[in-house]
Design a protein around this ligand. Structure first.
Ligand SMILES: *Cc1c(COP(=O)(O)O)cnc(C)c1O
Length: 393
């Protein structure tokens, strides 16, 4: 384990992995961590304050997403939201003979592994392919729907390559066919406009720590009229649907962060796009055999995912880290698997190219100075690694 270096300047461009808590979110949470610590279910006045704070947060979040407050449920993270939505919907509908689920082959592991676990219970799962641009064709989803189909779950924005899926269309198709539709919107919030009253989405998952709120809080939006049951057995919180004492401070922080994140999205995306496009242009000008992974047009402005032939993504990350740059590789090697990213394989990259990938995920606080440092560090690192590489020339 390397130690924590508090002195070194950090250039943080891994916002798809997690984000820094914003000052306003932090300050909004403080009273509920220090003085207003009542349990929202109790009856004395600090409990009322806590209860009020949770309900107020629910209303603010509903406003920001153009939903009803009764449709917002707080969870511990988006992984929980995805598990709740997919497993509970599947198990409820099984009783009506619906034992088929549709998802895509480039979902987040929290969706893919839910589906894998349901397969073990006897469900059939169809994995809709994505094209080389990293996009799903709604017609491919439609083709898979049959009378046994219980649920379709397709992510709104992919976490590795940032491509934006035609969610409105897919949700409409599912609605017409009477099939539940769930979307993992973790990487969409704050990047695309979300107005849930105008959508046929039944369930939608959100994570706090991807939008400048703390780790350990999430949301499952459940549209009115959607049949669902509880996932945890316990108390009667969240209208008997999600047991467990509410994480008051984090819920308050999440409402602050989400409200800010969903304001002026277009302006913020335009500003970030200038940085992203500059970064890509400079890399393409100075490094040969570089390829952009996924559509550039149908992608959130904050994401850049590129592969460099002849290098290993992990080595590149370590060199960038030595320059204070926090980025990510497209591959999952960082954990305990040496497999290349399932997302990059799904869009058709050969394994050796998928191994040499770099994901930069920006936010509105990144500056042009930082981007220029990233450009220099990346050019130097790629050159250095290629000189040492047995597979490069
Ligand atoms: C981070 C992420 C998740 C998981 O969110 P947690 O709150 O960390 O559980 C799910 N889906 C996508 C697309 C993500 O990027």
């Amino acid at each position: 384990m390397r130690g924590i270096n508090l002195k070194k300047k950090i250039i943080y461009v891994d916002n798809a992995a997690t984000t820094k808590i914003s000052d306003s979110c932090f300050n909004a949470m403080l009273p509920y961590l220090k003085t207003e610590y009542g349990n929202p279910s109790s009856i004395y006045s600090i409990a009322h304050t806590a209860k009020f704070a949770v309900e107020n947060a629910r209303e603010e979040i509903a406003d920001a997403l153009n939903a009803n407050p009764e449709e917002i449920y707080f969870t511990s993270c988006a992984t929980e939201s995805n598990n709740w939505a997919i497993k509970c919907a599947a198990n409820l509908l099984k009783k009506e003979g619906k034992t088929h689920i549709i998802t895509s082959n480039f979902e987040h592991p929290s969706v893919l592994n839910c589906c894998k676990s349901l397969e073990k219970e006897g469900f059939k799962v169809s994995y809709v392919p994505v094209n080389e641009e990293g996009l799903i064709n709604p017609k491919d989803v439609e083709k898979e729907i049959k009378k046994e189909t219980a649920l379709v779950s397709i992510m709104w924005v992919n976490n590795e390559i940032g491509t934006i899926q035609p969610i409105k269309k897919i949700a409409e198709i599912c609605n017409e066919k009477g099939v539940l539709f769930h979307t993992d919107a973790v990487q969409a919030v704050g990047h695309v406009n979300i107005s849930l009253k105008n959508e046929k989405i039944n369930m939608l998952s959100i994570s706090g720590h991807k939008i400048n709120a703390p780790k350990g809080v999430g949301i499952l939006y459940i549209k009115k009229g959607t049949k669902i049951k509880s996932f945890l057995n316990g108390g009667s919180q969240e209208k008997n649907l999600r047991a467990g004492t509410e994480n008051v401070a984090f819920i308050v922080g999440l409402s602050k962060a989400l409200t800010e994140k969903t304001q002026n999205i277009t302006q913020k995306e335009n500003k970030i796009k200038v940085l992203r496009d500059f970064l890509l242009n400079e890399l393409e000008k100075n490094i040969e055999k570089i390829r952009v992974n996924g559509s550039l047009e149908k992608r959130v402005a904050s994401n850049l995912n590129v592969s460099f032939e002849g290098i290993e993504g992990e080595s590149l990350l370590l060199l960038l880290d030595s320059c204070g740059i926090c980025a990510s590789s497209g591959s999952a090697c960082t954990s305990n698997s040496l497999n290349p990213s399932h997302v990059l394989l799904a869009i058709g990259l050969p394994a050796e190219i998928a191994h040499g990938s770099l994901r930069i995920s920006l936010n509105e606080n990144n500056t042009m100075e930082e981007i220029k440092e990233i450009v220099n560090a990346t050019i130097n690192s790629v050159n250095k690694l290629r000189k040492m590489s047995p597979i490069w020339n």
